[in-house]
Design a protein around this ligand. Structure first.
Ligand code: NAG
Ligand code: NAG
Ligand code: NAG
Ligand code: NAG
Ligand code: NAG
Ligand code: NAG
Ligand code: NAG
Length: 451
C-alpha cells in the first residue's frame, strides 16, 4: 500500500484550475464513465469522495483535459493513464483484481492517448472482441499487463487516427492483422513480448510514416515481406527473438533512414551476412547474432563508419576477421564475434576508443598486445581461442581476462593483434599488414595510424 500512500499524498498537491467559476463543466457522460473506469481498476480507492468535482477541474494524475481557449467552450478528456509507474508519474494505481469494460472508452470522443501500465497482472481478463476505442485515439499504450488476454486483431477497430501503437509485455495473441496497413498515420508499432504468431502482413509496407517497427519476442515466423523495403522513414527495425526464416531480403537496402537493425535469434538461413548492409550508411546498431547465416564476414564496411554496436555472434562464421573492419568501423564500441569458427589474427585498429569486444570461442591466433591506456577502457573477452597469446613486451598486466591467455613464446606467430590507440604501440608488422592492402589510400592510412 506504500504506492497508494504516495499516490494520495500527491493528490493533495493537485492544483485546481483557476477558471473554475467560468468554465462550463465536463459533460456528465465523460465524468460518470471515468468514475466507472477508476472504480473497476481499483475499487479500494473512494474515487467519488476524493474527486467530487468536475474531473477537468480536479483529477488524479494521468487524467488530462484540453483546456478551452474561449469561455463557454466545453472541456474534454484527452488523455487517460492508469497504473503506478513511478513517483514522478503517480497515475491512478490498479488493484490486483482490476477489471474493465472497454466499451466505456467510446464515451470520450476526444481521447488522444490511453495508457495502461502494470494494470492487469493477476486475474486473467479475457476480452471478447472487438474492443471499442474512439476514432480520435492517437496513442494506445499497454505495458506489462500479462493477464490481459486478447487477439491482437480485436484492437483494430476505428483506430484511423492512431500514430503510436505500443503493446509491450501483454498477452496479445494471434496474427498481426493485415488491416494494420490501413492505419496510415502510424509512426510507431511496438508489439514486443506478446504471444503473436503467424507471418507478418505485406501491408506493413504501406505505413509510409513508420519510424519504429518492433515485433521482438513473439512467435512470428515465415519470410519477411519485400514490402518492408518501402518503409523509407524507418529508423528502428527490431524483429529479434522470433522464428523468422528464409533469406534476409536484399530489398531491405531500401530502408534509407535505418539506424537500428536487430534480426538476432531467428532462423534466417545460410545465405551469409547480407551484403546490402553496406549500402545503408545510416546504420548505428546491427545485430544478426543467433542466426546460422554461415560463410565468411564480407568486406562491406567502407560506408559503415557510423556503426557503434555490431553483434555477429553464434552465426557459423568462418575465415578471417577482415582487416577492413578495423579500418572503417571507427565508431565501434561493441563488437560480438563469439561462438563462431573464425581463424587468423584480429585486425589492428578494432575498438581503438575502448568498449567491449567478445571474441570468445573461435580459432583466432596471434599475439595480443594491449596498452595500459586502452586496457583500462576496453572490455576484451578472448577465452576459447587456443592460438592467441599475450605479448608481454607492451607492459600490460596479465591479470583479468587476459590472464586466460598464455604468454607468447618467441616462436609464436608474429601476427599482431594490437588493441592500440597509442601510436607508440605501432609495430612494423601491423603496418605491413595495412600497406599490403593495395586499395588503402595514403590518407586513410595516415588517419588510421594517427601519425
Ligand atoms: C477487489 O478486491 C477488493 C479487496 O481487495 C474488494 O473490495 C473488491 O470488491 C474486489 N473487486 C472486484 C471487482 O472483484
Ligand atoms: C468509433 O469512434 C466513434 C467516434 O469516436 C464512436 O462513436 C464509435 O462508437 C466507435 N466505434 C467503435 C466500434 O468503437
Ligand atoms: C501463447 O499462446 C499459446 C497458444 O498459441 C498458449 O498455449 C500459451 O499459453 C500462450 N502464452 C501466454 C503467455 O499467453
Ligand atoms: C512500394 O510502394 C510502391 C508504391 O509506392 C509500390 O508500387 C511497390 O509495389 C511497393 N513495393 C513493395 C515491395 O511492396
Ligand atoms: C562517429 O561518431 C562521432 C561522434 O559521435 C560523429 O560525430 C561521427 O559523425 C561518427 N562517424 C560517422 C562516420 O558516422
Ligand atoms: C584452427 O586453425 C588452424 C590453423 O590456424 C587449423 O589447422 C585448425 O584446423 C583450426 N581448428 C578448427 C577447429 O577449425
Ligand atoms: C614474458 O615475461 C616473463 C617474465 O615476466 C619472461 O620470463 C618471459 O621471457 C617473457 N616472454 C617474452 C616472450 O618476452
Amino acid at each position: 500500500m506504500a504506492v497508494f500512500a504516495i499516490f494520495l499524498s500527491l493528490l493533495l498537491t493537485t492544483t485546481l484550475f483557476s477558471l473554475s467559476h467560468q468554465q462550463p463543466p465536463l459533460d456528465s457522460s465523460q465524468q460518470q464513465s471515468l468514475y466507472h473506469i477508476l472504480h473497476s481498476l481499483n475499487p479500494t480507492v473512494p474515487w467519488r469522495t476524493l474527486f467530487p468535482d468536475d474531473f477537468c477541474l480536479s483529477a488524479p494524475h494521468g487524467v488530462v483535459c484540453d483546456y478551452p481557449t474561449q469561455l463557454n467552450q466545453t472541456p474534454h478528456i484527452v488523455e487517460l493513464s492508469f497504473g503506478y509507474v513511478s513517483d514522478e508519474t503517480p497515475n491512478p494505481p490498479c488493484s490486483s483484481n482490476a477489471t474493465l469494460n472497454f466499451h466505456l472508452f467510446t464515451s470520450f470522443p476526444y481521447l488522444r492517448k490511453l495508457f495502461f501500465y502494470n494494470c492487469f497482472n493477476h486475474t486473467p481478463i479475457t476480452l471478447s472482441p472487438p474492443l471499442s476505442f474512439p476514432s480520435s485515439l492517437e496513442e494506445l499504450v499497454f505495458i506489462n499487463n500479462p493477464s490481459f488476454i486478447s487477439p491482437l486483431a480485436s484492437l483494430f477497430q476505428n483506430l484511423t487516427s492512431l500514430r503510436r501503437l505500443i503493446l509491450i509485455g501483454n498477452a496479445f495473441h494471434g496474427e498481426v492483422p493485415s488491416q494494420i496497413g490501413g492505419f496510415l498515420n502510424l509512426e510507431e508499432v511496438t508489439l514486443s513480448r506478446n504471444n503473436l504468431s503467424g507471418e507478418i502482413p505485406a501491408s506493413l509496407g504501406l505505413l509510409k510514416k513508420l519510424k519504429v517497427l518492433d515485433l521482438s519476442g513473439n512467435k512470428l515466423e515465415g519470410c519477411l515481406p519485400d514490402s518492408l523495403a518501402n518503409l523509407s522513414r524507418l529508423l528502428k527495425l527490431d524483429l529479434s527473438f522470433n522464428t523468422f526464416g528464409c533469406r534476409i531480403p536484399e530489398s531491405l537496402r531500401g530502408l534509407r533512414s535505418l539506424e537500428f537493425l536487430d534480426l538476432s535469434f531467428n532462423r534466417f538461413g545460410s545465405f551469409g551476412v547480407p551484403l546490402f548492409l553496406g549500402e545503408v550508411p545510416t546504420l548505428k546498431e546491427v545485430y544478426l547474432s543467433g542466426n546460422f547465416l554461415s560463410g565468411a564476414i564480407p568486406e562491406i564496411w567502407e560506408n559503415l563508419g557510423g556503426v557503434e554496436r555490431l553483434g555477429l555472434s553464434e552465426m557459423g562464421l568462418v575465415g578471417n576477421i577482415p582487416v577492413s573492419m578495423g579500418m572503417y568501423l571507427k565508431n565501434l564500441s561493441f563488437l560480438g564475434l563469439d561462438k563462431n569458427n573464425l581463424d587468423g589474427p584480429v585486425p589492428f585498429g578494432l575498438l581503438e576508443n575502448g568498449g567491449e569486444i567478445n571474441l570468445e570461442n573461435n580459432n583466432l591466433s596471434g599475439r595480443v598486445a594491449l596498452s595500459r591506456r586502452v586496457g583500462q577502457k576496453l572490455k576484451l573477452k578472448v577465452a576459447g581461442n587456443r592460438g592467441l597469446c599475450l605479448d608481454n613486451k607492451t607492459g600490460c598486466e596479465s591479470g583479468g581476462v587476459l590472464g586466460q591467455l598464455k604468454a607468447c613464446k618467441k616462436t609464436d606467430v608474429p601476427d599482431a593483434v594490437v588493441f592500440s590507440g597509442a601510436s607508440s604501440l605501432l609495430r612494423f608488422d601491423s603496418l605491413t599488414l595495412l600497406v599490403g592492402l593495395g586499395s588503402v589510400a595514403a590518407g586513410v592510412l595516415l588517419a588510421f595510424t594517427g601519425l
